[in-house]
Design a protein around this ligand. Structure first.
Ligand code: TXA
Ligand code: MG
Length: 330
């Protein structure tokens, strides 16, 4: 198949209206989308990704008004949307229009991406865009255009060539269809931010130290976000001392804080050496580089990846969750 790689909103909207599948960037990660009203097109996304059929897709909208035509938006949902959208948050809401994909569910996950050009494209499509993250099911989501082209050129109808994702991990998902709101997937909008609006927000056991027993979103039962290489997450002290003794081994990758200045100076200057060591200075930078780094390590065929624990505080919640998911044993 010939893939249109373009930033032309009209051409890419044409593809969607004709039932095509288009890969596009959001501020979090790339998505792989189709018209939410064309079931066959949405089903093609599952085939391309190898995604389990019971894992529903997020519908992407260009405005709160559009969401209101499809879903019940109560006062709490409206307040959350006004505060955090457009942005890296997804709300699961009761569905009003049963024709939208997936038709068998009474709920719909909705999100408004931040990039204005992507919102303009969604408006031009004249339909919400149903899209999971653009990746093979179970593997880390893609955050770089070169990786997207490598995986999807020749497989999808279009690739939207514009600003790459900056956040680096998938949106925070909040369930608002039960009596008590629930955090279904942590992200860069953290539970402390959400609790200002949802004081009774439930944070399931796997995301916090307090174990609770609540049913999760379908996606959370599948293995996620893991590269082929084995991932190990280590506290700073162990990480640094292991790096000084073991860092020169070419079969392992390292991502952590202030690696470069002190420890990696002694390493040879070959490009593989540079690619398998990723130095970051904040949790936000760590988050934005994590999946691209995993992808680079897999391309190099590395055996293992050592990751330093996130710093305490701002930006740790979503990052820690993805590191934990990636390091779960296969
Ligand atoms: O940042 C993101 O959210 C990216 C970009 C492309 O928007 N999308 C993304 O989609 O990560 P995906 O499909 O990889 O993850 C969506 C998550 C899954 O865990 C899925 O089970 C859950 O949202 N979800 C979708 N619809 C749902 C629903 N109706 N009820 C409960 N969970 C739902
Ligand atoms: Mg995904």
């Amino acid at each position: 198949m010939k893939t249109l790689i373009s930033s032309d909103v009209r051409l890419l909207a044409d593809l969607i209206r004709k039932g095509g599948v288009v890969v596009f960037p959001t501020e979090t990660v790339y998505g792989i989308g189709a018209s939410s009203f064309l079931e066959e097109a949405c089903k093609r996304i599952y085939q391309i990704k190898g995604r389990p059929g019971d894992n529903p897709l997020i519908a992407h909208f260009s405005s709160i008004e559009e969401i209101k035509t499809i879903c019940e938006v109560n006062e709490t949902a409206e307040r959350l949307l006004c505060e955090f959208s457009p942005g890296p948050i997804t709300l699961v809401l009761p569905k009003k229009n049963p024709a939208i994909f997936p038709k068998n569910l009474t709920t719909l996950a909705v999100r408004i991406p931040k990039n204005p050009l992507i919102r303009e494209w969604i408006r031009e499509c004249g339909t919400p865009i149903s899209a999971p993250s653009a990746n093979l099911s179970g593997r880390p989501s893609l955050t770089r255009m070169t990786d997207v082209v490598r995986y999807f050129d020749g497989i999808v109808d279009g690739i939207f060539d514009t600003e790459e994702p900056s956040v680096g991990i998938e949106s925070t998902v909040v369930g608002l269809t039960t009596e008590i709101p629930i955090l279904l997937r942590p992200g860069v909008i953290e539970s402390k931010d959400l609790k200002l609006f949802l004081p009774n927000l439930v944070i399931p056991g796997s995301f916090s130290l307090e174990k609770t027993d609540v049913p999760l979103s379908p996606g959370t039962k599948y293995k996620h976000y893991a590269p082929i290489a084995n991932v190990k997450v280590l506290p700073r002290e162990t990480f640094v001392s292991l790096f000084s003794s073991f860092g020169a081994n070419p079969n392992f990758g390292w991502i952590g804080f202030t690696l470069e200045e002190k420890e990696s100076k002694s390493l040879p200057n070959g490009s593989k050496e540079k690619e398998r060591i990723c130095n970051v200075s904040t949790n936000a930078e760590y988050t934005s580089k994590l999946y691209a780094f995993f992808e680079a390590c897999d391309r190099l065929g590395l055996e293992g990846i050592y990751c330093e624990e996130p710093k305490l505080g701002e930006g740790a919640e979503g990052l820690r969750n993805r590191l934990e998911k990636a390091s779960e044993t296969k």
